[in-house]
Structures are given as structure tokens and as C-alpha cells.
Design a protein around this ligand. Sequence first.
Ligand code: PMP
Length: 315
Amino acid sequence: MSDPDRRIWLDGELVPWGEATVHILSHSMARGSLVFDYMSVHDTERGQALFRVDDHVDRFLTSCELVGLPLRYDRPTLISACVEAARNNPGARVVKLNAFLPSVEVDVVPVDDHVAVAAAAYDPWQDVSARKATPPPRAAKTVRLWLEKETRQRRPDIMHPHAKVAANYASPMVAKWRARQRGYDEVLLVDEQGMLAEGPTTNFFLVDGEGTLRTPAEQSVLLGVTRRSIIELAQAQGRKVVEERIAPDALWVASEAFLTGTSAGVWPIASIDDRPIGGECPGPVGAALGSRFREVTAGEVPEFAHWLTYVAEVG
Ligand code: PMP
């Protein structure tokens, strides 16, 4: 399916891809008030399936609440919107759910507080102009990271890190762009105390000398659905997992480290600031969790079958 044939769920109607537009002066453009969530669609033996759609919709509802957007849709309607978008766009790899203020506004507080909702199902590496840019992280086997030291990114007193709102991506964009110009693939951000936080669109994990999986505590990161899934998969394999504040020094004694996210899956970190992390990359723990995660998303693990919603099988 190519982009002109795709349909976007917009306030209950399926509209052609090219018609799902907003005015340049709309509130969401001007103030970065767009709230969104982004979930993956997988091929399985039972057809296409959405990964943890209910958890993504719950995070979307939390984001809208933190930003104060008066959403008019309930949880079941939003879940159906995502499923319907996927069903009507065969071959889609992701669903992006958006809540936005389409009204042209003057002030920071909109006079017209109508929040529109759009669910777009597509293949980001085929349908969107992103294909002109970098290859998908899944295609790049390992990542060279830059540790951002100039800007402390995650500031709950400015905008809560748990809100997936466009405005929260401005400062990571600046940091990542700078890192790209320096020849790195990605950037690792720190919180307001200088502790490790996350990537612009990924969570961070390291494996310490004892084999324990460590990841920054919930307060300074977006609550990644992949992060939660990796924690649960690791625990199911009997591995100890600790969510805590992690100082940058821990990087240099880690036996391995990786990023996780809807686009990235499990993405092994080769080096940070040109210093190799641990021994071989991918390390054994990240590689094992990455392949377990792929089996789960492909619907091959009955224990975690409840994480998948089969597009053709729900009303
Ligand atoms: N942190 C941030 C800031 C993100 O935007 C994302 C992508 N949604 C993640 C972490 C990873 O979250 P998920 O595993 O749900 O994709």
C-alpha cells in the first residue's frame, strides 16, 4: 500500500492520507501541544497484531491528562481506533495515535479547546519521508552513543517526562542533532541531577558485573512499553532487575548496555563517547532478551500472548 491509498482515522472517520492536515497556525503546531503515542504492528501466524495497544492507550490518556487536553474519547474507543486504522491499512508497521488542537489560536491557552484525535497506521520506512533519512534502528546492528552533558533534559518541573507531548522532544532534538553532526548515531540524556535518563525515543539499560539488569528509575524517563516488557521478560527468566538512579560512572564498568523502544526493539550499545562498553557487542544478555522479545511480538510465546491484539479478530 502506498501513502496515497492509506486512510487515517480522524475523529471517527477514515480520511485519505493527504487530507489529514492542520493549519500552519494551529495550536498544536505553534505551541507543541500535540500528544501522541506510537505502537508497533507485527506479522504473526494469526495475521497482523498490535503490540500492547492497551498499555499505549493508557500512556496516551496519562499524557493528555498531564498536558490538560480535554479528550472526548474513552479508552475502548481509542483502542478500537488503533485497531481500525491498522485493519484499513494493510502492511502497516506502526500506529501513531495523536491528540491535537487544530484550531488557529493567538494565545497559549486555546479559545477553541476541541481536541481532535487521529490514528495513523503506516510503514514509517516506506510511506513517510523518513525513508530519505537514516535507516531504521533495527537495520543498524549496534549504536554509537554520545552522552549529552551540556543540557539536562528531563525536568519534571517544566513538563513531566511521563507526558509524550511534542514539546518534550525539542531539547532532545537539539542534542541529537548536535551528536549527529559530531558523527554519533544517538544521544543519551541525563536528568536534572546529571543522572542517566534515556535516549530521545528510547529507554536505557545496562548489565552490571553481577549480571543484574539496571535501568533508570521511573521518575526521570518516559514509561516505555518496551522497557516494561524487557523488565518482565528478564524477570520471567529469573534475572534480577533494578530500577534506580544511575550515575554516568556506572557506564564504564558495565558488562553491556542497550537501548529499548518501539522502533529500536533492543538496540545494543557499542560505545559511548567513543569508549567501548563491556566486551563483545551485542552482549549475551541483550542479545537473548532481544530475540525473546522478537519471539513474543511474533506471537510465538503463549505465556505473553495477551500482549498482542489481533487486528482481524476484534470488532
Ligand atoms: N523514551 C522516550 C522519550 C520516547 O519517546 C520513547 C518512545 N515512545 C521511549 C522512551 C520508548 O518507549 P516505547 O518502548 O514505548 O516505544
